[in-house]
Ligand binder design. Sequence first.
Ligand SMILES: N[C@@H](CCC(=O)N[C@@H](CS)C(=O)NCC(=O)O)C(=O)O
Length: 220
Amino acid sequence: MSALTLVIGNKNYSSWSLRPWLLLKHFNIEFDEIKIPLYQSASALALEQHSPSRKVPALIHGDLTVWDSLAICEYISENLLQNAGWPEETKARALARSISAEMHSGFFALRNELPMNCRCHIPGFTPSNAAIADITRIKSIWQSCLENHADRGDWLLGTFSIADCMFAPVVLRFKIYSITLEPILQRYADNVLAHSAIKEWVAAGQAESEMIAKFEVAEY
Ligand SMILES: N[C@@H](CCC(=O)N[C@@H](CS)C(=O)NCC(=O)O)C(=O)O
């Protein structure tokens, strides 16, 4: 058993769980997983046992529990990666933190209307105006990050960072709901989708059998 355990929800649905999971996988950090299938009769008790917020993800490291996706990513970067979770350069690091925090605290319409569901593909989806505004803002963030850091690599800030983990579920949502992307953004999305850890997560999510009705968005 590893000293590190990440408590997650269903891989098919739990976008918050994916974020620190991807960070750990990308940097080849060994960890155990406890998966709590959400919104079932046993879920509340299991969540209460593992997470002070009664939500996933939570990270257990020895006798310490850290909860909430962004706090977990910060903890991993600081304590297990010698800060490699964030870009080294000050301005890029500030930008990475800003867009990660914006993702963490916003985009409610996108998150509500376009829930992550790895088993789904919805070709004719029409987002509301509020969701379109979220999508437009995300595209603009990606575009300016990619254009300004292309000399350092293919990720949002050039090198892979927590910002890519925070936006990875959005990449999946754009694919699931067939959101059209400009070529530079599509290249980024394809890069994320080609990541071995993302492929592993999606395959595991697709193999799950639990159904959560409110995340099963019908075509409309
Ligand atoms: N702000 C939290 C959000 C966590 C969250 O909402 N997790 C959902 C699953 S993706 C959850 O645990 N839902 C179970 C419940 O509310 O009962 C984070 O960033 O980790």
